[in-house]
Ligand binder design. Structure first.
Ligand code: GDP
Ligand code: IMO
Ligand code: MG
Length: 427
């Protein structure tokens, strides 16, 4: 079992942090492969709650080496403050490894993210405002600054000059903002060099060697399948590839080394930010899911939009990621509903459609077709095995599994590490 991918099967916030942490004790490396501090991964260990943004959730497992892969965008100020926050709570972060090829988020990326959103007005994406899109745009545009650049002042200066040459014109002439001084950016970035030097290395070499030696490497996705820039609800997406292929490009470990792809799937659906969401509930059921599920963003504190489970999306996640397993989370949140609707297909312009439409227009017109399953009222948070679940909860899980196209190998019945029913081992 050399390498596994763990990723979000919906629009993010499925419970990836908890699932990764659960596996952290049994794997050698946990690697973030894309995204940045737009992520908010919650891990609950005993009475301690941690919110991780940039650091892989494996950082809380002492035997595990956490890695930030080349596909991640790194805001050095956020990274250092996250590290010191954990150190203050007694977490050892000294094993962290950071790819020298990962791109940096600089203050001008964050500024551009915010002004662009303002400029878009009602067409805005609802980004986290963390500079993610602008940093990836620079990477693809070949004017990005990489982590390794902060160790060479002359290269750093040349690159910052090249990046700001154009951006300052846009900032001043289009957005009416003050130009950003090259010296100021260079100085700030150089200031991080000594603190980061010890972590930065050739992570691709280390990870491939680890896999070749039979060590277990877990790739932890940020965001989710429907937020993928290629496979998600474009343009209402993030600027990276959370889908399984992103684990390869974002770490330099080839697909032949990955044997398992686990999709984290919430027992209902949530979304933060703008964009289509067929099963969204704007009524009291939506409010109830938000309240009982604690559906408030870990990164921006925004209320999450809530809706019923959407099997069309789950099937799509199975397809585009080649999922081998699902980890179904937050089943406990559904306790107490007499009947639970599940979206099994869409009606689009009068026709029944079983698969996620590739056309944005069709997806905007998609109306959910529901099947209603009987609910349960018994508390399930103490359940340790599938048989401990009330019959209707078992039926709900079985129905989701049949509709979603991959086995449900674990079920979350609470936020804590122990509040999990393991059906098939992931390792
Ligand atoms: P991530 O971004 O995918 O890591 O998910 P978030 O941490 O943003 O949001 C998931 C929330 O659900 C967090 O508050 C978790 O502590 C919580 N959570 C995870 N699994 C479960 C579960 O099975 N039941 C309940 N009640 N909460 C869960
Ligand atoms: P985790 O890893 C949920 C959403 C934002 C916005 C869109 C683009 O905790 O699941 P960005 O700042 O990435 O350019 O914003 O993507 N988004 C997330 N939604 N969970 C996340 O991360 C998200 N990261 C970004 O709300 O709609
Ligand atoms: Mg989250």
């Amino acid at each position: 079992m050399p390498a596994l991918v763990l990723l979000g099967a919906q629009w993010g916030d499925e419970g990836k942090g908890k699932a990764t942490d659960l596996l952290g004790g049994s794997v050698d490396y946990v690697v973030r492969y894309q995204g940045g501090n737009n992520a908010g991964h919650t891990v609950v260990v005993g009475d301690q709650k941690y919110a991780l943004h940039l650091l892989p959730s494996g950082i809380l497992s002492p035997g595990c080496t956490p890695v930030i892969g080349n596909g991640v965008v790194v805001d050095p100020a956020v990274l250092l403050s996250e590290l010191s926050g954990l150190n203050e709570r007694g977490v050892d972060t000294s094993k962290l490894l950071i790819s020298g090829n990962a791109h940096l988020i600089t203050p001008y990326h964050t500024t551009i993210d915010k002004v662009t959103e303002r400029f878009l007005g009602k067409r805005k994406i609802g980004t986290t405002g963390r500079g993610i899109g602008p940093s990836y745009a620079d990477k693809i545009n070949r004017v990005g600054i990489r982590v390794q650049d902060i160790f060479d002042e002359s290269i750093l200066r040349q690159k910052v000059e090249a990046a700001l040459d154009f951006k300052n014109q846009v900032l001043a002439k289009l957005y009416n903002r003050r130009a950003i001084a090259v010296d100021q950016v260079v100085e700030e970035l150089l200031g991080y060099a000594d603190q980061l030097r010890g972590y930065v290395t050739d992570t691709t070499l280390i990870l491939n060697n680890a896999v070749d030696q039979g060590q277990v490497v877990l790739f932890e996705g940020g965001q989710g399948t429907l937020l993928d820039v290629d496979h998600g609800t474009y343009p209402f997406v993030t600027s990276s590839n959370p889908t399984a292929g992103g684990a390869c490009t974002g770490t330099g470990v080839g697909p032949t080394k990955i044997s398992r792809v686990i999709g984290i799937l919430k027992a209902y659906t949530t979304r933060v930010g703008a964009g289509p969401f067929p099963t969204e509930l704007l009524d009291e059921d939506g409010e109830k899911l938000r309240t009982i599920g604690g559906e408030r963003g870990v990164t921006t504190g925004r209320d999450r939009r809530c809706g019923w489970f959407d099997a069309v999306i789950a099937r799509y996640a199975t397809r585009v990621n080649g999922l081998t397993d699902f980890f179904l989370t937050k089943l406990d949140v559904l306790t107490g509903w007499e009947r639970i609707p599940v979206c099994v297909a869409y009606e689009i312009d009068g026709k029944r459609v079983e698969e996620l439409p590739y056309s944005q227009t069709d997806f905007h017109h998609a109306k959910p077709i529901y099947e209603t399953l009987p609910g349960w009222s018994e508390d399930i948070t103490q359940a340790k095995t599938f048989d401990d679940l009330p019959k209707n909860a078992q039926r709900y899980v079985q129905a989701l599994e049949e509709m979603s196209g991959a086995p449900i190998s674990a079920i979350g019945v609470g936020p804590g590490r122990d509040e999990t029913i393991q059906i098939n081992s992931f390792l």
